[in-house]
Ligand binder design. Structure first.
Ligand code: EPZ
Length: 421
């Protein structure tokens, strides 16, 4: 298992470019199943989860040419409707293949998806299954190991999400796009990755109205074509780097990003005293007076404070003056990682599984740590960069799932970070 060795306290400055969004790439790759024509994807992040997605598609019979951050996918010759359990078990994104497979082949067999251990009961998929039933499919769970979904014919659905779910919204939107009937989805997620996917599908002949709002109306088509999709900048990587610069009091320019997608974070950083300016595709953080003023947050579906930025933000609060209540409303276990931050010297009180209070500023000291999930992983990297002494972070596969070439990019702005196999 590889690990990062980080010697903290170095001055960071320079430029860092943001990769394409993991949570956009993991949806456009399965979307290749919606058409039998060749799709080209540009600005792909070079991360593990993208490799895992291509592995699953190849196993289904797709022909993929993947060079760096570009790929073409040909699914015309697809000959398998069963997701490979070993491959699909490695990441949450594997669930994204199910909807398009069902819409195209009227049947699909798949295991419960893998991924981070942050949700209750292993990342439930009840909303997906309810949605597929609403389209007229029969869902069978076989001995708690895998699911069989079959449909004689699929029809449009009127489905109201009892809970806002990003991937469930994307899955049902993709499924509906090639069921030649009318579908209305209500209480949808509104993330930018959903809007980007809908815009692409509409240029290929789909008819999806209302993406980015709570209600989507989809006039499904017999077939749609395929073209070129450019993955949007990763807003979570952008936010992680902005928070890193603020925590390290660095002069850092973050490029190839879209500041509009992290306005909630930027508003809060301004409130707590971080100096930054931003333009259309860049954010410049400049070092300034310290300490910052602590400010509480409540994570919320987009456009609220992103749950994926909660972990890095907690590290920033350990360096801010005063107390901050951090309320994680989306996931049940996404604050457990803060125990490791306390071991580094942070003053954190866990009020209940969804709330912690941070008290700062406190000095952090290097420790031997394990990355539980990718966003806690990047938070531990940020903590290690500002801590005194040496930190070891194990299980960095979790970090590689979402942050490409991290040690190279952080090393280039002055960090003392090394990957050890
Ligand atoms: C997506 O996960 C992202 N992953 C997550 O990013 C992100 O944290 C999350 O959205 C919230 O923004 C991808 O896009 C691949 P949800 P998703 O369904 O769709 C519950 C990262 O770090 N739920 O919006 O799985 C669920 O347990 C990852 O990049 C059900 O109960 O999240 C959670 O409590 C981590 N039943 C809540 O909904 C379901 O069928 C919201 O989760 C589905 C979800």
């Amino acid at each position: 298992m590889s690990k990062f060795i980080i010697n903290g306290g170095k001055t960071l400055n320079g430029k860092i470019a943001v990769s394409g969004a993991k949570n956009s790439a993991l949806k456009i790759i399965p979307a290749a199943l919606l058409s039998t024509e060749l799709i080209t994807i540009k600005n792909l992040p070079e991360i593990e989860d993208v490799e895992r997605s291509f592995e699953v598609l190849r196993d289904l019979g797709a022909k993929i040419n993947h060079q760096g951050n570009e790929a073409t996918i040909d699914t015309a010759g697809l000959n398998n409707t069963e997701l490979n359990a070993k491959m699909a078990d490695k990441f949450r994104g594997s669930i994204m293949f199910v909807g398009p497979m069902l819409a195209r082949f009227k049947e699909v067999k798949f295991p419960h998806p893998g991924g981070c251990v942050i949700g209750a009961g292993g990342r439930p998929i009840d909303l997906f299954l309810e949605g597929y039933r609403a389209f007229g499919a029969e869902v069978e769970e076989v001995s708690g190991k895998y699911y069989n979904i079959k449909a004689k014919n699929l029809h449009g659905a009127n489905y109201f999400f009892p809970l806002v779910s990003v991937t469930a919204t994307e899955s049902l939107m993709m499924t509906a796009s090639i069921i030649p009937d009318k579908t209305v989805l209500k209480n949808c997620a509104m993330e930018p990755e959903i809007t980007a996917l809908a815009e692409y599908l509409n240029t290929q002949g789909a008819n999806i109205q209302g993406a980015g709002t709570p209600t989507m109306t989809i006039e499904g088509q017999e077939k749609i074509s395929a073209g070129t999709f450019t993955v949007i900048p990763d807003r979570i990587e952008t936010g992680s780097f902005v928070i890193m610069a603020a925590a390290a009091n660095a002069n850092l320019e973050i490029t190839d990003c879209n500041p509009e997608h992290i306005m909630t974070l930027l508003q809060i950083l301004k409130k707590i005293g971080v100096d930054f300016t931003f333009g259309e595709d860049w954010i410049k953080v400049t070092s300034g007076n310290r300490p910052l003023q602590a400010h509480g947050i409540r994570t919320h579906e987009y456009p609220g404070f992103a749950t994926d930025l909660q972990s890095p933000y907690v590290v920033l609060m350990t360096q801010a003056q005063g107390t901050a209540l951090i309320h994680e409303t989306i996931y049940d276990r996404r604050l457990i990682w803060t125990d490791m931050l306390s071991q580094m010297g942070a003053n954190i009180t866990m009020c209940d599984p969804h709330r912690i209070v941070t008290q700062g500023p406190t000095k952090l000291y290097g420790k031997r740590l394990m990355s539980p999930d990718l966003r806690a992983g990047i938070a531990l990297v940020i903590a290690a960069l500002i801590a005194e002494g040496r930190t070891e972070i194990d299980n960095i596969y979790q970090i590689d799932r979402g942050y490409a070439k991290l040690e190279e990019r952080l090393g280039a702005i002055g960090a003392d970070i090394e990957r050890v196999e």
